[in-house]
Ligand binder design. Sequence first.
Ligand code: APR
Length: 262
Amino acid sequence: MHENIKKAAHIICQSKQTLALTGAGISVESGIPDFRSPGGLWERFDPIEYGTIEAFRAEPEKVWLMLQEVSVLLDRARPNPAHTGLGQLEKMGVLHCIITQNIDNLHQEGGATNVIEYHGNPKTLSCLWCSQRYSADELKGDGPPKCSCGKILKPDVVFFGEPIPIKALQESHELASSCEALLVLGTSAEVTPANTIPRMAKIAGATIIEINVTPTVLTNYVTDIFLQGKASEVVTELVQEVESMMAQHEKKRLCRDPGKRS
Ligand code: APR
């Protein structure tokens, strides 16, 4: 495993543009269950009845039963070492952007500034009928939040059957088509179009580094380096390796031209 961590760290140090694609697995250690693992959200809530836009339009009160439970988990959650580790890689200048399928804001709380929220963010709510938009914090209370028109509001997250926000889609796909390395963390890669991003990067010649507790549909298909383990542990080791490689590189550079301190 450590040899693979070294290989991955070397790729990241060499790469002029590295992206990360993250899924629910990166936030499991922050107390938010993922969707498809045993004990995951879709085991408890049928995604057809709770996760589609049709379901929300037909029975918003019912869907809000799930959304309320999720929002309690999101409020309690704090970034774990995988989130803060990616924030560190960004600060070191070796991670260009994070494309996340998550709606938990933990990348930003973990110090990352360049984050594309591919599936939206629940901090705002919209009325599907009159298009008014609200801040979720202002409408926190018992029961589903309502618009001034009387309709139940929907959080600005992407339900099955809804399009990806156009800006997020375009930016992500453009970056994926020009990156040199892609970290894929904690996603089963079963949901499209997010799961097309690794393929796009691969076609662009990028090295795909996958981190997951278990192999996925990507592992034998596009992944070049598979780092099996918990995101917080693997990312911590990876950051340490990148840091030491960059320090060695700097030392060598200084030996070469002592006058030129960076
Ligand atoms: N560290 C690393 N990987 C983990 C960990 C962990 N601690 N815990 C779980 N995983 C892995 C699982 O093995 C699984 O492959 O994370 C993955 C989570 O997969 P899903 O539950 O399918 O979540 P995700 O891929 O993010 O789902 C994509 O589907 O339901 C929709 O909109 C929702 O954004 C979500 C999308």
